[in-house]
Design a protein around this ligand. Structure first.
Ligand code: IDP
Ligand code: MG
Length: 138
């Protein structure tokens, strides 16, 4: 069993896709063990995406993440980190496999509906950024 961290991004909450996206996780064997809807501050988004701070799209990314509410979640299941990346699909929706969240819902490479941790180590760091231990209940 693993836990991974997910964010339903503002482009998706704006279009009322929280349930549809969560359904994809559940249909594919992941369980939501923590979930809350928040408005990220600019400082929070900059801290979360610190690893990307030198990338050309950093400013655009932070602006997008604070443009509306997000739903931060912890997902639990077998091989959860890799499984979630599979359910999400490729970063650019044009390259995402049919049936993935990004293929079905993403608007663009920037407004691509979901974030998902890319390693078990980052999953631990990222869930601790938004949740206390007692908010995660498996
Ligand atoms: P990932 O979300 O699939 O792990 P990363 O390369 O970690 O992709 O990029 C983080 C986020 O930054 C992406 O999900 C997307 O929202 C945004 N992003 C990545 N590349 C671009 C780009 O070329 N233009 C605008 N935004 C981008
Ligand atoms: Mg990433």
């Amino acid at each position: 069993m693993q836990r991974t961290f997910s964010i339903i991004k503002p482009d998706a909450t704006r279009r009322n896709l929280t349930g549809a996206i969560t359904q994809k996780f559940e249909d594919n064997g992941l369980r939501v063990v923590a979930s809350k809807r928040i408005q990220m501050t600019t400082a929070q988004a900059e801290g979360f995406y610190e690893v990307h701070k030198d990338r050309p799209f950093f400013g655009e990314l932070v602006e997008m993440m604070v443009s509306g509410p997000v739903v931060v979640q912890v997902l639990e299941g077998e091989d959860a980190v890799a499984k979630n990346r599979e359910i999400m699909g490729a970063t650019n929706p044009a390259d995402a496999a049919p049936g993935t969240i990004r293929a079905d819902f993403a608007e663009s490479i920037g407004a691509n509906s979901v974030h998902g941790s890319d390693s078990l180590e980052n999953a631990g760091i990222e869930m601790a950024y938004f949740f206390n231990e007692d908010e995660i209940v498996g």
